[in-house]
Design a protein around this ligand. Sequence first.
Ligand SMILES: NC(=O)C1=CN([C@@H]2O[C@H](COP(=O)(O)OP(=O)(O)OC[C@H]3O[C@@H](n4cnc5c(N)ncnc54)[C@H](O)[C@@H]3O)[C@@H](O)[C@H]2O)C=CC1
Ligand SMILES: O=C([O-])CC(=O)C(=O)O
Length: 412
Amino acid sequence: MAATSATNFTIGSTASIGPRCGPFTQSNAFTIKLNSKNYLRSFSGLKAANSMSCESESSFFGNESSLALARTYNTKAHKNNQRSYTYVQPHASYKVAILGASGGIGQPLALLVKMSPLVSSLNLYDIANVKGVAADLSHCNTPSQVADFTGASELANCLKGANVVVIPAGVPRKPGMTRDDLFNINANIVKTLIEAVADNCPDAFIHIISNPVNSTVPIAAEVLKQKGVYDPKKLFGVTTLDVVRANTFVAQKKNLKLIDVDVPVVGGHAGITILPLLSKTKPSVTFTDEEVQELTVRIQNAGTEVVEAKAGAGSATLSMAYAAARFVESSLRALDGDSDVYECSYIQSDVNELPFFASRIKLGKNGVEAVISSELEGLTEYEQKALEALKPELKASIEKGVAFVQKQPVTA
Ligand SMILES: NC(=O)C1=CN([C@@H]2O[C@H](COP(=O)(O)OP(=O)(O)OC[C@H]3O[C@@H](n4cnc5c(N)ncnc54)[C@H](O)[C@@H]3O)[C@@H](O)[C@H]2O)C=CC1
Ligand SMILES: O=C([O-])CC(=O)C(=O)O
């Protein structure tokens, strides 16, 4: 394990402000005044908590993520073209561990998490190449300290004290494969990693990205149960990318500002189990039957669209990292006391007969605070039929995950 220090995040007079964020590219020396929440929003990836007033606003993806990101581009500062700034003190106090950190998702995700003002420690674990990733990232002058861990012997140290553990470890699809085709390899990987999470940071929020999510989350639940530390409120299948895609595709189709669109996506994370509730789009939008069919199918097949475009070089990584970073940031904001954090996620559920089901949830300090089950009421006939149609496949994937752990119980 090698720890590398990070400098505090400060905004210098001619410094770059995070990634290029809308109007704040820095061709000239300039400054930005940070004297209101709106101005703080303008920091995109580096929106820092202001010690005076903005702890609960400190997020770079915001509770409505794209909404918050988009406000970034529409601030008063932008409108007034103001260019002076004051120093803001970051409020970093959370430890995030990423398992599978040198992979296609892991690397850009690590970068985005490194940019969070809420993170004080960023622990990167992988079975390969993690030292270089950590050394590289550690040169970014954001608040968190980066440390690398590799091999089973270092996993426990990586996890100790973690508040959020994100798991993108595992193999991705190639063209022609289903997510379920990844089960044999990824089930073992997730099982082993979750055993270590149970032993070392059982109170952490656990974000599972590794596919097939419909089965890997039940696998994780079963492992945690066998270890006696299962808290269903803190285990999440990351389905944020489905929401991100739905928002993007609907905005494109209906010529809406992306920042305004919010589409809940429920069910699971594979093919027809991904169910966008287009009738619940905010703001209210009218779709023709053809548009509903076209958008639903595109959202369900979006992962395959990327797998085919990458032609054997893997699946979605950059958009997934973006989506996962949004979910991490939402979790950290909830942990930090923000009482207004909502995301869709695949969780243990009782909204219907399926034991795991993705729904919109309210996040709080202890994980899932509420499931917004009202969103599943008043569905259109199309959505209701799609919901019934997905149930057998999702049920089978859940049972497959549970059976996998029951056949090979966890190590004590
Ligand atoms: N939930 C979602 O929406 C999405 C899920 N995924 C899934 O995420 C997973 C990762 O995808 P990529 O990053 O593109 O794959 P990748 O192959 O680029 O990276 C995976 C990383 O995991 C590491 N790894 C393998 N076994 C490990 C172990 N036992 N412990 C720690 N690290 C280990 C590898 O060394 C590699 O660095 C895949 O299963 C993919 O299907 C991908 C996109 C979206
Ligand atoms: O399609 C895949 O294999 C990766 C994935 O889950 C997604 O992009 O939604």
